[in-house]
Ligand binder design. Structure first.
Ligand SMILES: [Ca+2]
Ligand SMILES: [Ca+2]
Length: 156
């Protein structure tokens, strides 16, 4: 009598256990895929916009590609500007160059003398410089460079 009861209990327990284990694996996989904090999650399981850029499984998908300055949009894409500001916004590196600089990372000096944006007087020499330019009045002229007047103008 006692034995029968025991067997019955075991069967019920097994059925109950079987029912719960049939759903558990799926739920577990979803958790691993979604949870970046789950350090046991494989590297390939990073969420969209996150990545394991340092190859360190312990910290999981540590890089937020949307805003990381070192991994903007994808691993290793550094968002920076040599002469200006750079911000990783929504996976894109937005660069704003200081005046006088251009290029993808604001690394190029703008040659204001060559591109015609320099505001030198007609009687001045334009000299390109990093981040700017200078205007120097020609010989026999004097002034700031943006304004040059002839010396001995009275006699001419
Ligand atoms: Ca990592
Ligand atoms: Ca320049």
């Amino acid at each position: 009598m006692r034995m029968v009861f025991h067997t019955c209990w075991i069967v019920m327990w097994m059925v109950g256990c079987g029912a719960s284990t049939s759903t558990a694996p799926d739920a577990g996989q979803d958790d691993a895929r979604i949870g970046n904090t789950d350090t046991s999650a494989p590297v390939a399981e990073c969420n969209r916009n996150r990545a394991d850029c340092d190859g360190e499984p312990a910290n999981g998908c540590e890089a937020d590609l949307r805003s990381s300055q070192d991994h903007c949009g994808k691993c290793g894409t550094v968002c920076e500007a040599e002469h200006g500001s750079a911000d990783c916004v929504a996976n894109v590196c937005v660069v704003e160059c200081d005046e006088g600089y251009a290029g993808v990372a604001c690394e190029e000096d703008v040659d204001e003398c060559a591109d015609g944006t320099a505001l030198c007087a007609a009687d001045a020499l334009c000299t390109n410089e990093p981040g700017g330019y200078t205007c120097t009045c020609n010989e026999y002229f004097e002034g700031t460079g943006s304004v040059c007047t002839a010396i001995c103008g009275d006699g001419m």
